[in-house]
Design a protein around this ligand. Structure first.
Ligand code: URA
Ligand code: CA
Length: 433
């Protein structure tokens, strides 16, 4: 097989066979195909697209390019959840203990943030003592004993994806539906999931800026999940404004605790029920989404989910007493309100730029090497569609420097107050096939 012939085939709109795709992924991972040829193929895929069979072959080849985690010694159906990215997305912190408390085994490997906001690992590390590095043996033991553990992704998971993503990043080929779908699904499959729930975000703060693209990505991932023998469902959720009220690592842990105490913001709670009920159905702990939602609601109302979160923190070496006193996590030196300059209705709260503002405070990374300040971030007091009086606090800025004029200016630029505005739908669609 020659790479140049395969590039030509894709360039001319042909379909690559499973063997050809395996060859490309193996040879590229082993550094036997140079970046310039791979770049040409990526661009051809960008323009010519791929069939479901090609995407499935690409997904499996990338999943098998490194370590594949074997979770078969854990009883039950292991369901993983993945979000295609958002701002202030606290759902994993809530869902892991919530679904575990109704008997769904959660063996979750999470990443740090790809973009400029902290990832689940960064959030968990704002809990004093919490260990995100466990041996695979210990990880499996915890899930068997306690139904839940959340750890960092091991270094050798889907190395082909890691190498390809870096190349896509510098060749303007990230934004391709077959490439995004295979990238995400390869990591989920390598992490050992039997079933997968996808949160495909759409809007300013997401990869997919419009609903039509989000729908295509969601359908593609659900189809290839099935072709790869992993039951898969998806929710298309709105990311035009941030989810919940907290953006920033400690602030989001506090928000997760409050949600598990039954005091969470309405949108975040609803998102957790929507995604959580899919997880419960895929794990076969309920027959219908409605029945699953009822189980989750009972676990939240009874305090079982909150207790499970404490157990998870304790199991992973963290200080579980913060669950009873979450305000101990709020250690930023300064708290300043951002007052509304006029009365009206909030019409825009642009997720992307709110994420950037939180990063500027230190809640996220500008470069991969940056350290994170867990204490800082934003707490929203008003969301799109809410009435506002001049002088109302739109949000509170938690910072460790007094000089935040630049952040305030950015926030004012991307928060719009107008005459009429409607709350956007939280969930656009639920895709089960
Ligand atoms: N997230 C991923 O993991 N891969 C992509 O290609 C895009 C988003
Ligand atoms: Ca949030």
């Amino acid at each position: 097989m020659r790479m140049v012939d395969l590039i030509e085939k894709k360039r001319d709109g042909g379909t690559l066979s499973e063997k050809e795709i395996q060859y490309i992924v193996n040879e590229y991972t082993e550094n036997r195909i140079p970046d310039y040829q791979m770049s040409a193929l990526l661009m051809a895929i960008f323009y010519e697209d791929m069939t479901d069979e090609e995407i499935t072959a690409l997904t499996l080849a990338m999943a098998n390019s490194g370590e594949v985690i074997d979770l078969s010694s854990i009883d039950g159906i292991k369901v993983d959840k993945h979000s295609t990215g958002g701002v202030g997305d606290t759902t994993t912190l809530i869902l892991a203990p919530l679904v575990a408390s109704v008997g769904v085994p959660v063996a979750k490997m999470s990443g740090r943030g790809l973009g400029y906001t902290g990832g689940t690992l960064d959030k968990l590390e704002s809990i004093p003592g919490f260990q995100i590095e466990l041996s695979e043996e210990n990880f499996i033991k915890l899930v068997n004993e306690s139904q839940v553990a959340v750890i960092g992704q091991t270094g050798n998971l889907a190395p082909a994806d890691k190498k390809l993503y870096a190349l896509r990043d510098v060749t303007a080929t990230v934004n391709s539906i077959p490439l995004i779908a295979s990238s995400i699904m390869s990591k989920k499959i390598a992490a050992g999931a039997d079933a997968i729930v996808l949160d495909v975000t759409t809007g300013d703060g997401a990869f997919m800026k419009n609903l039509e693209d989000a729908r295509r990505l969601a359908h593609t991932m659900v189809r290839i999940g099935k072709l790869a023998n992993r039951q898969t469902m998806a929710v298309i959720s709105d990311m035009s404004q941030p989810l919940g009220e907290a953006i920033g690592n400690s602030l989001e842990v506090v928000e997760a605790i409050e949600t598990l105490q039954g005091k969470g913001p309405e949108d975040l709670v609803e998102m957790c029920y929507a995604l959580g009920s899919q997880m419960v159905v895929l794990a076969k702990k309920a027959e219908t989404l409605e029945e699953a939602r009822q189980l989750l609601k009972e676990a939240l109302d009874s305090g079982a989910a909150l207790e499970k979160f404490k157990e998870m923190i304790r199991n992973q070496g963290g200080d579980a007493s913060i669950v009873d006193e979450p305000n101990r996590l709020l250690t930023a030196k300064y708290e300043q309100a951002l007052p509304a300059k006029q009365s009206g209705v909030m019409t825009k709260l642009v997720a992307n730029e709110l994420g950037i503002a939180a990063m500027m405070l230190g809640a996220g990374r500008r470069t991969k090497e940056d350290a994170i300040d867990h204490a800082v971030g934003l707490k929203l007091h008003k969301k799109v569609g809410e009435a506002i009086q001049e002088g109302d606090a739109l949000l509170t800025i938690y910072s460790n420097t007094e000089d935040i004029e630049e952040v305030k200016a950015l926030l004012y630029q991307y928060i719009e107050i107008g005459e009429t505005g409607e709350e956007p739908p939280l969930i656009h669609e639920i895709i089960t096939e």
